[in-house]
Design a protein around this ligand. Structure first.
Ligand code: ZN
Length: 243
């Protein structure tokens, strides 16, 4: 199957539409959470995700914040404002959709979660230390996470060492079932690796290949809508820089 893997859409409908168009025909879509927060289109983004074929979707920390399930005191001030804004905007139907999302799920060889298998909603896997710890917390060959907004991966090699890998867009990486891997598709709606283009991955579950892609979208148009919505201007500014 050709699987579209997306994460951290953050209510950026324009970026999500660009990703879906760029990805072309896929058999199924795996979404690793944070559909909302920061961006101006929470309902439209959720509705588009819900329409995707054979969707598997996980709960992110910003989704939990929009549901009022977690204390947003740990968010920075701007993120708190956008969580409260999103709470006011969500339709009942979309609220219920987010409320039914799981924190962890499994698809054959793959564990899917937002942050980490150890701490699904909150932990960032950004370095080999946290990746090494998390390799003990899943038994499948592959784990896919989002949350850091960084399109990176970690491999537990034959010597038991964790290796951080960065992948160039459009170059296939083939996962080996012998070595465990943690794969992150990057962020659709708010990349943080200094490349402002929307990030996503295509996973082929037969050949076990993972390919990262980047796609341009109309950032200025989204920035305008963020500003007009009364959301913090910082959320608009950072889109242009990819951080
Ligand atoms: Zn996020």
């Amino acid at each position: 199957m050709r699987i579209l893997v997306i994460s951290d859409i953050h209510a950026n409908l324009t970026a999500l539409e660009a990703v879906i168009e760029d990805a072309g025909a896929v058999d199924t879509v795996w979404c690793l959470g944070d559909l909302v927060g920061y961006g101006p289109d929470p309902n439209e983004s959720i509705e588009l995700v819900r329409s995707l074929p054979k969707l598997v979707c996980l709960l992110g920390n910003h989704d939990a914040a929009a549901l009022g399930l977690i204390d947003i005191g740990s968010f920075n001030h701007d993120a708190q404002l956008s969580a409260l804004w999103t709470q006011r905007k969500l339709t009942k139907e979309n609220y219920l959709f987010l409320g039914n999302l799981k924190q962890v799920t499994y698809k054959e060889n793959v564990t899917l979660t937002h942050g980490s298998p150890k701490n699904p909603v909150w932990e960032y896997i950004m370095d080999t230390y946290s990746a090494t710890e998390n390799f003990k917390h899943f038994s499948t060959a592959i784990c896919m996470v989002g949350h850091s907004h960084l399109p990176i991966s970690f491999e537990l090699n034959g010597s038991g060492n964790t290796v951080l890998k960065t992948h160039k867009p459009d170059v296939q990486f083939t996962a080996s079932l012998k070595n465990k891997v943690i794969l992150n598709p990057g962020s659709v709606g708010q990349p943080r690796d200094h490349d402002p283009r929307a990030s996503y991955a295509i996973f082929d579950d037969t050949s076990l290949t993972w390919t990262l892609h980047r796609v341009e979208y109309d950032i200025a148009e989204v920035q305008n809508r963020i500003t007009q919505s009364g959301l913090p201007t910082r959320h608009a500014m950072r889109l242009a820089f990819g951080w």
